[in-house]
Design a protein around this ligand. Sequence first.
Ligand SMILES: [Zn+2]
Length: 332
Amino acid sequence: MHFTTRNFEILGKSVIPGETKTIELKIATLHTMTELKVPIIVSRSVYDGPTVLLTAGLHGDELTGIEILRQVIRRGINYPKCGTIICVPLVNVFGFVNQSRDFPDGRDLNRVFPGSQSGSLASRFAYRIMQDIVPLVDYIIDFHAGGRGRFNVPQIRIEPNNEELDALAEAFSTHFILYSNNIEGSFRAACDKLGKKYLLFEGGKALDINNDVIEEGLQGTIRFLDKLQMLNNNFTVKEPTREMVCIENSTWIRAQYSGLMQNFVHQGMFVKAGTQLGKITDPYGLVEEPILAPNDGYIICENEAAIVFQGDAVYHISTKLKNDQERITQEI
Ligand SMILES: [Zn+2]
């Protein structure tokens, strides 16, 4: 390892080697005269190395990722052996305060990237992130959770056919990897266009903190940093206990009826075609309809709502595993 001689400046503030500094990204001044600022925690090693950005709370109601980054900071995982780690545990402070996914202008921040200088409030904020922070980094892990009531099994989402991302996702080693194309306007698509290596972690559901998901996120982050030789010596790497399942294609199963829903499976389970996953009933004893698995596959998300409407997405099931990988485990 070589001592770094580089200057590192972010938002007009320099961070010297060996220093940890909290820097504020000013977003806007509201009509209440309230200044909105997002704290950014930057930790530099004295040794040269890559720069990693860890973000959570892009959707303000996705709390599990916020808790993962809180623990990363609290435990000192963000003090790198080499290079620089930037933590933004809460990107959308607005949404967090309102317990909402969106920005106060009603926009989904994750659909307005790369943003513009003179666009909507959300768009301007996205622009600042892309101008002031992302150019400084090499790798990004962005932590998300399922929409309200939809519990995602912990998973890394990456674009297909990208060997470098494959290797990084393997280093992180969640039980599931889901290949999915970038969505236009997402943070992921904008980072990808700049050539940044980006992993999207999905786990749990909005307005919920789940310890199993947190553990997967934390251990994955530790393994990821170790792969980049950035993990400081206070931490040991726990090897994953399960082999990864790489999902190439998946589909949503939708409710055929409106009604009360009961669920008989749990996320992460492998089910055979025809397995009864749940049932939908009405209050009068007239309707009692099973929800059946259309194919063999893993349940990667389940809708935990007790009342569903016809057409609601209720289960997300894998339809094709990478290289027709054999089923590895019965369930998690
Ligand atoms: Zn999200």
